[in-house]
Structure formats: C-alpha cells, structure tokens
Design a binder for this molecule. Structure first.
Ligand code: FES
Length: 87
C-alpha cells in the first residue's frame, strides 16, 4: 500500500463546549468542519448526533467515528491507526 492509498490517521479534536448550547456531531465522517456536521451527510442515510452539555467545558470529540461514547473520544482511534499501519 502506497502512502497515498493509506487511510487517514485519526485523532480527536479538542473543542470548547458551552453549557446549554445545541451541537451536531458529524457521524458520517464527510464533514469539512470536523468534528461537527456541515450537511455533507445529505443522501448518505446518516444523520448527525445532536447533543448539549450541562456545563461549559473543554472536550475531545471523536473524529474516527468508531467511539462507543459518541460524541466523545474513547481512544478507539489508537487501535484503528495501528490497524492502518501507523505507529
Ligand atoms: S456531515 Fe457528517 S453527519 Fe452531517
């Protein structure tokens, strides 16, 4: 597999979340505004995850889309990156 054929290396994105504000986490992986939805999921059958928090806080949101704690990173990207040949 050449480097250009290699899947992307995933890493979560740290964001500042405001209490009570509605966010839409991208579930499809196509958004150009990761980790948030930009509408690119249209016609995929996938919809974004709407969420909000009770307190303003910094959080790491999932970008690999395989987390079991959506929208938050649970470390699954480390396994995916290893499987895709990244150290
Ligand atoms: S762009 Fe991915 S869920 Fe909307």
């Amino acid at each position: 597999m050449s480097e250009s054929d290699k899947p992307p290396k995933f890493a979560p994105i740290q964001v500042q979340l405001e209490a009570g504000k509605q966010y839409y986490w991208c579930r499809c992986g196509l958004s150009k505004n990761q980790p948030f939805c930009d509408g690119s999921h249209k016609n995929t059958g996938i919809t974004p995850l709407a969420f909000m928090t009770d307190e303003s806080k910094s959080a790491w949101l999932c970008v690999c889309k395989k987390t079991d704690k959506a929208p938050y990173c649970d470390g699954t990207h480390n396994r995916i990156n290893r499987e895709n040949g990244y150290e």
